[in-house]
Design a protein around this ligand. Structure first.
Ligand code: PMT
Length: 404
């Protein structure tokens, strides 16, 4: 599901160095199905040409209140009414001040007065200008009036300063726009998700683990929460922030994750097992740090099997959630994935070919192939962020189909 499909976005560009990023921003929005029209201030044209923006948006660029030709094709009031979202990016301190003051001294500020569509502001300026009390008060005024303030980011600036004031990167703005249009249609659905690796202790300072970063599971949790689902994220040890509106349960070992999953499973509608759970754990955990013994060049670690979490959930006879597993495979992907689908009694399995460089464990992108008893579907290479959204849509479709 493309959340930007058919959305009309009016991109208002003011005169900051970040204006050069608007060509990329426009392309990415259009790629996702949005229709983009551009309004530029005079000073924006010092940084990027209207011709470039016309070429990438596929629409004429508007830049003046007093242009009879532009008014004839789409007048400024019409343009103000056309937009589903007005995105001011980059929004300079000057533009923010003029809008906060309610001025209409050029086309862009006039449009902001004339529209009743939501307006998002992506501030971009020198860090000192951003911190200035005047700018802060202007932004607070806009926030109070229900403008959406997206950013800024912090970091090195074009002028050499370091601090807050960088415009969010084009893809970050695209994600903000997607989030903005995301329907909250899953508010009556509860989803439990496992993510990340497990750690199986050997002694007080050593453990067995794997390369799972948790990024895939966290992206799924984020996508579900953004659609209003109640999400419980049962996490192994990872270095990631908890997504907004997600309830996180931290676990370490497979046994702890198993306990947390069984506690959650019966009061959730859907269970998604994305965690890379250790199949085995050391039979004994040494109470003191294990020491090398002189003359011994080998060491044998006896392992015992861990509980299979997803199979335990799928095996519930009462209040069993719709159960989704993952299969990380390096060969014969379909055969092994389908084998796990039936052996673990799952409703759906997401096969992850982890033999390919840059996919699966600890990467920012991934590709999945979904299998269920009656069918299959490929979700091609995408960022984990996007894949999380697509996956939630597919899982919800299958979940609803099974309910009927
Ligand atoms: O975390 P990232 O760095 O973003 O990487 C994502 C990922 C590669 C870890 C993820 O996409 C993935 O493939 N997760 C499943 C990894 C795995 O352990 O697969 P498996 O084929 O060994 O296990 C099959 C299924 O059984 C999985 O749903 C797994 O969660 C589950 N399982 C396995 C063993 C066990 N004891 N309990 C389980 O629940």
């Amino acid at each position: 599901m493309q959340t930007l499909a058919g959305k009309k976005i009016l991109l208002g560009i003011s005169g900051g160095i970040a204006a050069y990023k608007c060509a990329e921003l426009t392309r990415r929005l259009i790629e996702r199905g949005a229709e983009v029209r551009i309004v530029m201030t005079q000073s924006a044209q010092e940084f990027i040409t209207p011709l470039t923006m016309q070429a990438v948006s596929g629409n004429p660029v508007s830049d003046s209140l007093f242009d009879p030709a532009a008014e004839a094709s789409m007048g400024h009031i019409e343009l103000a009414k056309w937009a589903d979202l007005v995105l001011l990016a980059p929004a300079t301190a000057d533009l923010i001040a003029r809008i906060a003051a309610g001025m209409g001294n050029d086309l862009l500020s006039t449009l902001c007065l004339a529209t009743d569509s939501p307006i998002a502001v992506a501030p971009a300026m020198n860090q000192q200008m951003y911190s200035n009390i005047a700018t802060q008060e202007n932004l607070a005024t806009l926030a109070r009036r229900s403008f959406h303030i997206w950013g800024p980011a912090s970091g090195e600036q074009a002028c050499g300063d370091v601090g807050p004031g960088r415009m969010l990167e084009p893809m970050d703005l695209v994600h903000r726009a997607e989030d903005f249009f995301q329907p909250a249609d899953l508010s009556n659905i509860k989803i439990a998700i496992t993510a990340g690796p497990t750690r199986e202790s050997i002694d007080p300072v050593r453990y067995l683990t794997n390369h799972s970063s948790g990024k895939m599971g966290y992206a799924i949790a984020e996508a579900a929460a953004k659609r209003g689902a109640h999400v419980t994220l049962i996490s192994g040890p990872v270095n990631l922030a908890t997504p907004a509106n997600v309830e996180r349960v931290d676990t370490d070992s497979a046994e702890q994750m198993h306990q947390a999953a069984m506690d959650a499973a019966t009061n959730h509608d859907i269970f998604i097992s994305c965690a890379a759970v250790a199949d085995f754990r050391p039979a004994e955990i040494a109470t003191q740090k294990m020491k090398k013994k002189s003359g011994e060049d080998e060491m044998v670690l006896r392992l015992v099997k861990n509980p299979d979490i997803v199979a335990s959930v799928a095996g519930l006879t009462e209040q069993r959630p719709f159960t989704v597993g993952f299969a990380a495979e390096t060969q014969d992907v379909e055969q092994y994935a389908r084998g796990k689908l039936s052996r673990k009694n799952l409703d759906l399995i997401c096969a992850n070919d982890v033999s390919q460089q840059g996919l699966g464990f600890n990467s920012d992108s991934n590709a999945l192939h979904l299998y269920w008893p009656e069918g299959d579907k490929a979700l091609p290479l995408a960022s984990k962020h996007e894949l999380g959204q697509q996956l939630i849509s597919e899982i919800i479709d299958q979940f609803k189909a099974k309910q009927h």
